[in-house]
Design a protein around this ligand. Structure first.
Ligand code: GLN
Length: 472
């Protein structure tokens, strides 16, 4: 097995025993990406010299010492481009600083490697909204890798690199992980600093890991989590060792199956996979409990008001003056803004800005934005009540396995509706993980395990039990 196809934990062992070196690992990642990523399209760019120089300096005594991690191209890494897969920023912006997540990775010894593709500004669920490049699903060429962290998921699935970072505003880590057959963890809101992540929906965004194994996700979360005074929503709760206890199994755990997630809209094969994973966990000593999350049907409507509202405000900073591309010879000030935005943003980003501006405008604010905030509270309460009765909740990640490329183009609503199972965790601020199950007709399918706020240890333990059951 090539080094870049190994797990972080395996590489760590090989590094400490002297079997391999950080330089060898980074050289292998460079070789894999250079020779095979033309077919996959996971990486938008990478800087081999910078990565090799860091490998030579790596402190192998640190928890992630010498391990390269691919970075979604909406997370700032000092001295590297950060395009958000947008024409607005392409060739026009170099990050002047490290995001806190990157500072934490470096402090743990890791090497940020390359920039992975995404839907423009993380808006989408197929990576087809990238203005720069197409990304294939390595498990099923011709199919979407999911999104918006499609490049991050594909890079791991194609064995180009052991692990990557993504961001999840409404499912963008869990859904591509499910579609590509890798592990993807969305931490609880506030667990990982958002400082240096290009803001999409600030009350929803979280950075998290995409990995080959559950233990690797825990290992990365150990480094990523923690308080950051530069993010006012960052939590001060102590950071446990997330790798501890992941082998403890699910015996005695109560696992909820929400009635509203197993409806007609879901593909029978996906449903069968998720139900059979639940049965496996029951066989391992968990108790399955049918539960209700009654406001589930409002999640899509609520999210697609709140996220665009926040996006329209966050993206107002892209005005052609302070960041990115600037229109040439504008007639006057207003046309500088207008022309720069018209040329810089792709159709989905414009759609979100228009939607968001509309729901925030005077006269409509109460009817849409305020009402959505109230429904958000109801969705959060659904979870609070459910977690009084169960430790974690099992659901599908998406209603279907990865569709073919182009299947939903021209129909944004189709994409929005397929987000139904992932959005609620962001609206409630809870944590969630996608762990691979047996593929359906060659297409990967993930199980989503949702936990309460700061319930990462529980969902990691449960995900590890699922993973172990497939290895035995
Ligand atoms: N698919 C959702 C959207 O397009 C979620 C995206 C995300 O999590 N970044 O808004």
């Amino acid at each position: 097995m090539s080094l870049s196809a190994s797990s972080l934990t395996t590489l760590r062992r090989q590094l400490t025993s002297g079997e391999t070196s950080a330089r060898e690992i980074v050289e292998d990642v460079i070789a894999q990406v250079s020779s095979r990523d033309t077919e996959v399209g996971a990486f938008l760019s990478f800087d081999p010299e910078a990565a090799l120089a860091e490998a030579d300096q790596a402190d192998l005594s640190l928890p992630l010492g010498g391990l390269p991690i691919g970075i979604k191209d909406n997370i700032n890494v000092a001295g590297q481009p950060c395009t958000c897969a947008s024409q607005f920023l392409k060739g026009a912006y170099t990050a002047p600083y490290d995001a806190t997540a990157i500072t934490h990775l470096r402090a743990a010894g890791a090497i940020p490697f390359g920039r992975t593709n995404l839907d423009e500004f993380a808006m989408g669920s197929s990576t087809e909204n990238s203005a720069l490049q197409t990304t294939q699903n390595p498990a099923a060429p011709g199919h979407i890798p999911g999104g918006s962290s499609g490049g991050s998921a594909a890079a791991v699935a194609a064995d180009l690199i052991p692990a990557t970072l993504g961001s999840d505003t409404g499912g963008s880590i869990r859904q591509p992980a499910s579609h590509c057959g890798v592990v993807g963890l969305k931490p609880s809101y506030g667990r990982v600093s958002r400082y240096g992540l290009v803001a999409f929906g600030s009350s929803l965004d979280q950075i998290g890991p995409l990995t080959r194994t559950v233990e690797d996700a825990a290992l990365l979360l150990n480094a990523l989590a923690g308080h950051d005074p530069r993010d006012s929503t960052s939590l001060t709760n102590p950071v446990p060792d997330y790798t501890a206890g992941i082998e403890d199994g699910v015996s005695g755990m109560k696992l909820g199956l929400p009635r509203e997630y197993f409806t007609d809209g879901i593909s029978p094969l996906v449903r069968e996979r998720v139900e059979s994973a639940a049965k496996t966990l029951e066989g391992l000593g968990a108790e399955l409990v049918e539960i209700s999350l009654p406001h589930t049907e409002y999640a899509v409507g609520t999210y697609y008001i709140i996220a665009p509202a926040e996006a329209s405000s966050n993206l107002s900073r892209f005005d052609g003056v302070r960041y990115g591309n600037r229109s040439e010879n504008p007639a006057e000030m207003l046309s500088l803004y207008k022309d720069s935005r018209e040329a810089g943003f792709g159709p989905e980003v414009k759609r979100r800005i228009i939607l968001g501006t509309y729901v925030l405008s005077s006269g409509y604010y109460d009817a849409y934005y305020l009402r959505a905030q109230k429904v958000r509270t109801l969705i959060r309460r659904d979870f609070e009540q459910a977690f009084e009765a169960v430790d974690a909740i099992l659901t599908p990640v998406a209603p279907e396995p990865a569709p073919k490329m182009g299947d939903a183009s021209g129909d944004p609503l189709k994409h929005y509706l397929a987000d139904i199972f992932t959005l609620s965790a962001n609206l409630a601020g809870n944590c969630g993980i996608s762990v691979p199950l047996e593929p359906v007709g060659g297409l990967p399918v993930g199980l989503q395990i949702l936990g309460p706020h700061l319930g990462e240890q529980t969902i990691l333990r449960c995900a590890r039990a699922v993973e172990a059951s497939r290895q035995s």
